[in-house]
Design a protein around this ligand. Structure first.
Ligand SMILES: [Mg+2]
Length: 298
């Protein structure tokens, strides 16, 4: 039966299919890169076709030899293309996108003194005289008698609470200078008090007019921020943040030791603004050119 023509046809079609199977893969690598292909599979496949080639040579089977020579060339080409696409993507990743360093800055307790107002209203409401040093390591509502906790929490939810906050000392000028050199975003977890949006936006427009509205982010989870640095007083916002966290000192976070802490805006200025931009340098400041002070960060 081995001499039947249909058997020869089946064998020929099978050889063509297995031999040219890598052509669609090569086309795909050219278009999309070879990241999804396994080197292990390709090398094993190459070893297989080489053994088939050796087998064909040993028994003098011309069809087996031709089919596996072609397959060897195609698999080898696939390997080379995968390697080249991997190299080019590594190079582009190392070079990094040509954009300015991005810094996200929190509002409450970083540029806006919401805690000072919260404490003041609490003292007025309950006839107390608590100071910042009485509220170390926890929130105000956790520091007061439990019978006052809920009312204390509700203070910040009152309409207009965020409309007239004092500024944190030095914040406006340092942020203005940062915005000249870096791409600065103001990022507030405003979802915690949804009715604060309008007040916070108006406050920023009045006090920080140099921050474009497109760079104001009201969000729930700051892990969504695609920035290089996040300056924030609340450590939980760093949990899944992918950039470098900078903890802005506040009474409630004094026991937090996991992150680089800054005591105030003077320290932020020393970190980001002490290295002058070389004359004639473009406004772009890519990450490797950051001030040396940042390299000492733990
Ligand atoms: Mg805050």
């Amino acid at each position: 039966m081995s001499g039947d023509p249909w058997i020869t046809v089946v064998g020929a079609v099978a050889a063509v299919c297995t031999t040219v199977a890598f052509v669609p893969q090569i086309v795909r690598i050219r278009r999309q890169g070879g990241r999804d292909l396994s080197y292990g599979m390709l090398l094993l496949y190459l070893a297989g076709v080489l053994l088939w080639l050796g087998y064909g040579l040993l028994i003098g089977a011309r069809a087996v030899i031709l089919a596996n020579v072609a397959a060897t060339l195609l698999v080898s080409l696939t390997l080379v293309l995968k390697w080249l696409s991997g190299r080019s993507s590594t190079k582009s990743t190392a070079a990094g996108p040509s954009r300015r360093v991005r810094i996200a800055i929190d509002m409450d307790e970083v540029i806006a003194d919401s805690f000072g107002k919260h404490l003041r209203i609490y003292n007025q409401t309950f006839g107390q005289s608590l100071t910042r040093s009485d509220v170390i390591g926890c929130s105000l509502s956790a520091s007061v008698p439990s019978s006052q906790s809920e009312a204390t929490r509700q203070i910040v939810r009152a309409p207009g609470f965020f409309a007239d906050l004092d500024e944190i000392d030095g914040g406006r000028e340092v942020v203005r200078q940062l915005a000249e050199r870096y791409e600065v975003f103001i990022a507030s977890a405003a979802m915690e008090v949804p009715n604060s949006f309008a007040d916070k936006y108006a406050w920023l427009q009045e006090r920080f007019p140099f921050i474009d509205p497109s760079h104001i982010v009201f969000c729930g989870d700051k892990a969504i921020l695609d920035v290089d640095y996040l300056i924030d007083d609340t450590a939980r916002h760093f949990d899944r943040f992918r950039g470098t966290p900078i903890l802005f000192d506040a009474p409630h976070n004094r026991s937090e030791t996991r992150f680089r802490r800054v005591e105030g805006w003077d320290e932020v200025a020393k970190m980001f603004l002490t290295t002058p931009l070389p004359e004639g340098r473009p406004a772009l400041a890519t990450k490797p050119e950051l001030p040396e002070a940042l390299l000492d960060m733990p």
